[in-house]
Structure formats: structure tokens, C-alpha cells
Design a protein around this ligand. Structure first.
Ligand code: PEP
Ligand code: MG
Length: 876
């Protein structure tokens, strides 16, 4: 068996990363600090490998580890001149967990081990502080009782509270040695009553059981949940750190505190921390006493403050990152108890990274790798004021970041009406459909009871940069009575709620938000990212407003313009409906002719904004019934406007109904059945180019994209249609038009037959929303019902609609890339499914050698950074 017990000072591996795997984060950093010569109380780390062994061998600690631990304890005894279990000079130790990555508060810790009825007297005599000794002993019984013996903490807490009540005091600090004596007796009675055994007086038993308990806490419910949320593998296990105790609560020359080497909230280079004189670590965080600002320590204990300042510098130099530190001062001697990279806000992360480059601590490559791209979202949207009070009434999926408050409305039209009255609304729907688009535009945010991260509401909201909480199954919506219920809450139309699309929380009332400011550091990081990345970053956008936002965020083109979204505008939808309801080709052409100028103007606007950058226009994709009226009232309105009968419309709707619309008459199948529709769209694109030319607007080279192709024949036929239309317009307008024709790859067959398809395509764009749907055979709109069970049962690691399934969908992308380029070396390859904005998927796209990624406007900065990281990681 490998080495299993490591003395601090011994890093156990060659690199920091490796040593963290073996020693856990806390153990590796303690060892590192000891190696740097910093004052670390002596101790040792039991490796994570022992945790693995423990679980594989009936929860037993190997003999070898027990023996080695005893030897290490002997050494600590020598260094501290104390003895474990000795009644006159007792050594006290702590046993702490520590996994590879920090899991704050998720696992267990036991302090003050080594105290029993005899050693507590030794501690009292030695420190000449009976109150301190007894307080320490009761803390041990309480912690050990809870962590090792499984007795719920409240049994102990209640005893203290009742005692204080009888005595008429408020603070624990008001209890005397005698008071604690009585409570110790009561605590021991609780242990006896609950476990039918006495509190163990044997210190070696205390130690062994505590080590076992820390290993067991790796699999506690909260630790498992934390791992699931943070994608931490179950097999990593925790290390155990055993260390001599030091005390910050032995008198006025003692203290304890926590510190950050820089401000974790805004990133400023300043010492940031708190401390308490005569206290233990937990008192600082418990909030029973108000800690003091660490800067004031320069006056109260100046010598220690100066020493700390020096150490902070040393640690930053070593770790090249902001550190989060715990320390204790025992009788005027400083002890370092922990250091780790500190958690920080996105704003602070950016400032710290940029500053550290300027301070020559890190390179700009390292600065890029330091920032979690997903956190950038919080800088681009308004966020909830952290200090504000919040009453959470439901939770759902964090579908589109940002926070918004407004009056609850249950229909898109109401949202629009209220907007006209300058009122802010949250649109609450069971799920949204393309018909709700006007209301989604009008509302400040969207809340749905059904639908996953790629549901209609989620995709559209992200595209619009609007906050959205989707799939909040707790809420039960009653459209008829205009009310929704969530648990005991009943929210009526007009009541104000707040949604936080970053956390998925729904709150009652208006929670104030703050507008984050994007400082110069942000653009600096972005420009560094642009220097390194190879993947181009485009955006999915179809409105001038979104396109402008995306350009401001640095989009280098449009990767997906979903033309159907342009059809939902109030003035156009009637012509779209007329087109669909037409019985003859003539009638259909008449309706299409009405749509042509609208569509052309849209393209002119977008081409103008894109100023010569590539624009991928996708021809009509969704099944036609999506555009048709749903309610009887809507049908009546349409009937009146189109001079048709209610029944005529209803029967056409029945005709168009499909059992599986996602696999039905949609995508290029529409172009095959109704070539006049695609013809009109191409005409609009080319006419827009002609107009741009006339207006001397820099010409874009449109990339016309055919959706849902599965055979070469489909694209061959439709490419001809595009070419013929181009010829017509070239002739009509006497201009030369440059354009490309390509296809989406969103069906497994298209990926497999990529070589044939590439004959007729200048580019492929992977539509990974549909490709995931069709590869798994899982409906993207219904997956919410069982995705959680799949994650729970470890069938899925992550939602495959959020992060690309590399082994299945990814494999198809690789096949299509290889086969497509085999046919046509110049084939341009990109991705335009929602995965184009997901950092993990972007890393895959870099490895798969795609040319570009395309994502919703607000994800553009995220994608730029993630693309740079993907490249740098690949090179490492
Ligand atoms: C896709 O399927 O990935 C895609 C981009 O198209 P849509 O989401 O519009 O179906
Ligand atoms: Mg698709």
C-alpha cells in the first residue's frame, strides 16, 4: 500500500495539484505553510486513499494507519512538550476533514480531543483558567456526542439555554466554571441516556472514533447533495487532518480571526478580515459577539498584525492568488490554521486577476484561466441586492440570469397591455409558446411551471437577456381564476413578485436590485481572451435590439437568425396565418407577398448592424400549427380578419395537428412541400442585399441555412432553389450577389451521412438542441419531468441539454466533422444549439476543431472567455 500518513511539511506529491489529491486541500495547504516555515501547529494528514479503503473494507481504518498515527502523536507530544491523555500536561488535538476541493461546512470536525475527567483538571491547572478548561470539555462532549455518537445537537443546546434562563443570563460568557461543571454532568447524562454508554474517557478511543466519523461524514446527506450540485466525484473521498490544538480563548493575550488577503467582494488590494480577542474560531462566525475589523489589530496587537501582513504577502507569492486565512493567537503567539484560495464575486475575480498580472504575480494566460466564465453573467445583468430581505415562495430552474420584479400577469396580452400603462410585470405561464413572444418582450421576467433549460421560455428569455425561472413545479397555476399557488402562498394577478434567474428563486414582493457596472478590467480580460482564442464567437439573434447588444458584447457575426421569430410580430402574424390556412398555391403566394417587405426590412436592419460580418439566416423551421390560433376567441378574431368561417379554421387546425410535432412537418420538409415559402425568404435576403448596396451599407455575405436536413437530396433540391432565387434577383437588380448555402446538422442521420451532404453545403452548423433530442430520443420540452431522477441515479452527470453529451452527441459531431471535411476541406463548422454558450461544451468544440460557436447575446462574453480557456487548456 502507498504511504498513507503524511507529517505536515511533507507534501506527499510533486505538484500542488497532486498533493491536494492525496492530502486534500486543507492538508496540502497546511503542509505547504509548514514548509514555508510559517507557524503551523504540528500535525499530520491521513490520506484520501484511506477514505477509499475505509469504504471498501467495511468502514475499518487500516492497522498501519493506526500505528503511524500513534507515532505522529508521539512526535507532536515531543514538539509541544505535552502528552496525549496526560493528567498534568495534556495534549489536545483537533480532527478535521479536508477534500480535494473545499466543501465548506459539509463535513465534520471535532475539537479539543484528549479531554476527559482527569485531563480537564490538568488543563485547568496548567492554564490557571478553570472556566476555559471546563468550557473546552463541554464543547468536546457536545461535538463528539453529535458527530461521533450521532446525538442531535439540540439536546445539548437546550440544556445550556434552559440553564441560562434559570440563572437569568444571556451570554455563554457569563457562565462560570461551576456552571460548566454542572452542564458537563448533564451533557454526560445525555450521552449515557442516548447511547447507553458513558462518554469515553480513553483518549485513543476518542481519536480513532473521530477519524472514522470524519470519513463517515464524506457520505452524509448534506455532503452528498453538495457534491451533486457542484459535480464533485463521489470517489474522491476526504483526508483527515490531526493537529495540536491552539487556543484563542485563554485570556486577553489571545485572539482568533479570519482574513482575506484582498477584498473578496470588490477585489481591492486591502486586508479584509475580522477577529475577536479571547475567543475561539467558531465565536467569530457564530455571531454571538461582534468581531472587530482586522485593521484595528494594528493598534490592539501591532506585533501580530505586522507578522500577519508579512505572511499574507508570502502566501500570495506562493499561491499567486488571493488567500482566505484562519489564524489564532495563543498567549501572544501567532498560529496559522488554514489557507486556501478565497471565494470571490465575479467583479472581484476580474479585478484580482488583472491586478495580479500588473503586479507580475501571474501571466495574462493565468489571469484568463482564473475566472469562471459562468460567473460573468452576474456582471451583465441586474442582480438582487444581497442585503435585502427575501421571502422565497418557490424555486425552479435558473433558466436565464438576472433579477426582475413586477406584477404577476398570466397572459402575454395582459403583459403587453400593462407595459403600455408603464407597469412592470412578470409573465407567469404553465409553459410558453411562440405566441407568447409579445408578452415575453413586454414583461420584465418570465416564470414557468413546466419546461427545462432549453424549453421555449428559457431559450427566448436568454436570447432577450431577460430573467427567467423555468420548470418551477411547486407552483400551480389557475388561469381561469388568475391565481397561482405555491405551498401555503396564494399569489393573485397584480401581486408583485421577484424572480432571480441566476438562482431559480421566486420571491414575494419587490426585492431591490443593483445594476452592476462593467469596469475597465472587464474589457481588459476580454481583450486578453481574444488574443488567445481560436474559436470565433457569433450570436443567435433575430432582432435589431439583440443584435446590437451582441455586437457590443463582441459578437463576430450571427450564427443563427431564427426567421420564424420574425413572423410573430402582431402586424405580420395575420399574413402568416393566411399563408398557412390557404388552400391554393395562389392564395399562399398572395399571403407570402405581404410578408416579403417585412422580412426584407428585418434583414436590412440586421445587415446594417453587422456591417460586413457573417450572418447565418435559417429558413423557416417550426411546424406550421405553432402559428395558428389556439383559443376559440382567437379563432373567431382570425376568422373575422381573414373572412373565413370559424369551422373552416378549426378543421384546418385539426388537419395540421401532429402526434410528434418535433419529428413532423417542419424544417426543410416545409421547404420541400411549400417551396414558395423558402423562395420568399431567399428573395427577402437577396433584396435586402440589393438595398444595402444601394444605400452603400457594407455588404454581408449571408449564409443561408437549411434546417433539419437528413439526406443529401434534401439539401441538393433546396440549394437549387436558393441558387435560382439568387439568379432571379441578380438579374432583376443587376447586381452580383455573394452568399453561401449550408445546413444544420441536428439529426443523427445527417451526421452519419455528412460526406454526401457536404457536397451541397458550404457550412454545417450543429443544432445540438435537436441533435441531443434526437440522439437520446428525449423530448427537449418534456425532459424536465425525469431529468432529476436520471441525475440522482447517476445515469446523467449533467443535463445533456445544458452541457454536451460528449460520448454520444459529441461523437456524432466528430463523425460529421471528419466526414464533412473529407468531402470538402473548406467546409466551415459551427455550433448554434444552446451548448454554444456553455463553457464545458465550448471546451469540447475547441477539441473537436470547430470554427465557431454561436450563443445568445448575453452569453457572448462568457463564450469569448471560455473559448480562450479551452484553447489554453488544450495547449497545456
Ligand atoms: C438546435 O436544434 O440546436 C437549434 C439551434 O435549433 P432550434 O433550437 O431552433 O430548434
Ligand atoms: Mg433545431
Amino acid at each position: 500500500m502507498d504511504k498513507l500518513v503524511y507529517r505536515f511539511n511533507n507534501l506527499g506529491g510533486t505538484t500542488d495539484k497532486k498533493s491536494k489529491d492525496v492530502l486534500g486541500g486543507k492538508g496540502a495547504n497546511l503542509a505547504q505553510m509548514a514548509k514555508l516555515g510559517l507557524p503551523v501547529p504540528p500535525g499530520f494528514t491521513i490520506s484520501t486513499k484511506v477514505c477509499e479503503y475505509f469504504y471498501k473494507n467495511n468502514k475499518k481504518i487500516p492497522k498501519k494507519v493506526i500505528n503511524q498515527s500513534k507515532k505522529e502523536i508521539n512526535l507532536i507530544e515531543k514538539i509541544t512538550k505535552n502528552k496525549f491523555g496526560d493528567s498534568s500536561n495534556p495534549l489536545l488535538i483537533s480532527v478535521r476533514s479536508g477534500s480535494r476541493v473545499s466543501m465548506p461546512g459539509m463535513m465534520d470536525t471535532i475539537l479539543n480531543l484528549g479531554l476527559n475527567d482527569k485531563t480537564v483538571i490538568g488543563l485547568k491547572n496548567k492554564t490557571r483558567n478553570g472556566r476555559f478548561a471546563k468550557d473546552s470539555y463541554r464543547r468536546l462532549i457536545q461535538m463528539y456526542g453529535n458527530v461521533v455518537l450521532g446525538i442531535e445537537s439540540h439536546y445539548f443546546e437546550e440544556l445550556i439555554e434552559n440553564y441560562k434562563l434559570t440563572k437569568g443570563v444571556i451570554q455563554d460568557t457569563e457562565l462560570t466554571e461551576e456552571d460548566w461543571d454542572g452542564l458537563i454532568k448533564n451533557f454526560k447524562d445525555v450521552v449515557k441516556e442516548k447511547t447507553k454508554k458513558e462518554f469515553p474517557q480513553n483518549v485513543n478511543e476518542q481519536l480513532l472514533k473521530s477519524i472514522g466519523a470524519v470519513f463517515l461524514s464524506w457520505n452524509s446527506k448534506r455532503a452528498k447533495t453538495y457534491r451533486k450540485i457542484n459535480y464533485i466525484p463521489d470517489h474522491w473521498g476526504t483526508a483527515v487532518n490531526v493537529q495540536a490544538m491552539v487556543f484563542g480563548n485563554m485570556g486577553e493575550d489571545c485572539a482568533t480571526g479570519v482574513a482575506f488577503t484582498r477584498n473578496p467582494s470588490n477585489g481591492k488590494k486591502e486586508i479584509f478580515g475580522e477577529y475577536l480577542i479571547n475567543a475561539q474560531g467558531e465565536d467569530v462566525v457564530a455571531g454571538t459577539r461582534t468581531p472587530k475589523n482586522l485593521l484595528s489589530m494594528s493598534k490592539s496587537i501591532p506585533k501580530i498584525f505586522q507578522q500577519l501582513k508579512k505572511i499574507f504577502k508570502q502566501l500570495e507569492k506562493k499561491y499567486k492568488d488571493m488567500q482566505d486565512i484562519e489564524f489564532t493567537v495563543e498567549n501572544n503567539k501567532l498560529w496559522m490554521l488554514q489557507t486556501r484560495s478565497g471565494k470571490r464575486t465575479a467583479k472581484a475575480a476580474i479585478k484580482i486577476a488583472v491586478d495580479m498580472v500588473q503586479e507580475k504575480l501571474i501571466s495574462n494566460r493565468e489571469a484568463i484561466l482564473r475566472i469562471d466564465p459562468n460567473t460573468l453573467d452576474t456582471l451583465l445583468h441586474p442582480t438582487l441586492d444581497e442585503k435585502a430581505e427575501k421571502k422565497v415562495i418557490a424555486t425552479g430552474l435558473p433558466a436565464s440570469p438576472g433579477a426582475a420584479s413586477g406584477k404577476v400577469t398570466f397572459s402575454a396580452d395582459d403583459a403587453e397591455r400593462l407595459k403600455e400603462q408603464m407597469q412592470e410585470t412578470i409573465l407567469v405561464r404553465i409553459e410558453t409558446s411562440p405566441e407568447d413572444i409579445n408578452g415575453m418582450h413586454a414583461a420584465k421576467g418570465i416564470l414557468t411551471a413546466r419546461g427545462g433549460m432549453t424549453s421555449h421560455a428559457a431559450v427566448i428569455a436568454r436570447g432577450m437577456g431577460k430573467p427567467c425561472v423555468s420548470g418551477s413545479s411547486e407552483i400551480k397555476i389557475d388561469y381561469k381564476n388568475k391565481v397561482f399557488k405555491s405551498g401555503d402562498y396564494e399569489i393573485k394577478e397584480g401581486d408583485v413578485i421577484t424572480i432571480d434567474g441566476g438562482s431559480g428563486k421566486v420571491m414575494f414582493g419587490k426585492v431591490p436590485t443593483v445594476k452592476p457596472d462593467i469596469t475597465g478590467d472587464f474589457s481588459k480580460i476580454m481583450s486578453w481572451a481574444d488574443q488567445y482564442r481560436k474559436l470565433k464567437v457569433r450570436t443567435n439573434s433575430e432582432t435589431p435590439a439583440d443584435t446590437r447588444i451582441a455586437r457590443d458584447f463582441g459578437a463576430e457575426g450571427i450564427g443563427l437568425c431564427r426567421t420564424e421569430h420574425m413572423f410573430f410580430d402582431e402586424k405580420r402574424i395575420i399574413s402568416v396565418r393566411q399563408m398557412i390556412l390557404s388552400k391554393t398555391l395562389e392564395d399562399r403566394k398572395e399571403a407570402l407577398a405581404k410578408l416579403l417587405p417585412y422580412q426584407k426590412n428585418d434583414f436590412v436592419e440586421i445587415f446594417k448592424i453587422m456591417n460586413g460580418l457573417p450572418v447565418t439566416v435559417r429558413l423557416l423551421d417550426p411546424p406550421l400549427h405553432e402559428f395558428l390560433p389556439k383559443t376559440d376567441k382567437d379563432i373567431d378574431d382570425v376568422a373575422k380578419e381573414l373572412n373565413m368561417s370559424h369551422n373552416d379554421i378549426k378543421s384546418r387546425i385539426t388537419e395540421l395537428h401532429e402526434q410528434n410535432p418535433m419529428l413532423g412537418h417542419r424544417g426543410c420538409r416545409l421547404g420541400i412541400s411549400f417551396p414558395e415559402i423558402y423562395h420568399m425568404q431567399c428573395e427577402a435576403i437577396f433584396e435586402a442585399l440589393a438595398e444595402c448596396k444601394k444605400k452603400r451599407i457594407k455588404l454581408v455575405i449571408p449564409e443561408i441555412m437549411i434546417p433539419l436536413v437528413s439526406t443529401a437530396a434534401e439539401i441538393q433540391i433546396l440549394r437549387n432553389l436558393v441558387n435560382n432565387t439568387a439568379k432571379e434577383i441578380q438579374k432583376k437588380r443587376s447586381i452580383k450577389i455573394k452568399y453561401y448555402v449550408g445546413t444544420m446538422i441536428e439529426l443523427p442521420r445527417a451526421a452519419i451521412r455528412a460526406k454526401d451532404i457536404a457536397k451541397y453545403a458550404d457550412f454545417f452548423s450543429f443544432g445540438t438542441n435537436d441533435l441531443t433530442q434526437t440522439t437520446y430520443g428525449i423530448s427537449r420540452d418534456d425532459s424536465g419531468k425525469f431529468l432529476n431522477d436520471y441525475v440522482e441515479n447517476k445515469i446523467f452527470n449533467k443535463d445533456p441539454f445544458v452541457s454536451i453529451d460528449e460520448r454520444g452527441v459529441g461523437e456524432l459531431i466528430k463523425i460529421a466533422t471528419e466526414r464533412g471535411r473529407l468531402e470538402k476541406k473548406s467546409l466551415k463548422l459551427g455550433i448554434c444549439g444552446e451548448h454554444g454558450g456553455d463553457p464545458a461544451s465550448i471546451e469540447f468544440c475547441e477539441r473537436a476543431k470547430l470554427n465557431y460557436i454561436s450563443c445568445s447575446p448575453y452569453r457572448v462574453p462568457v463564450a469569448r472567455l471560455a473559448a480562450a480557456q479551452a484553447y489554453l487548456k488544450k495547449k497545456k
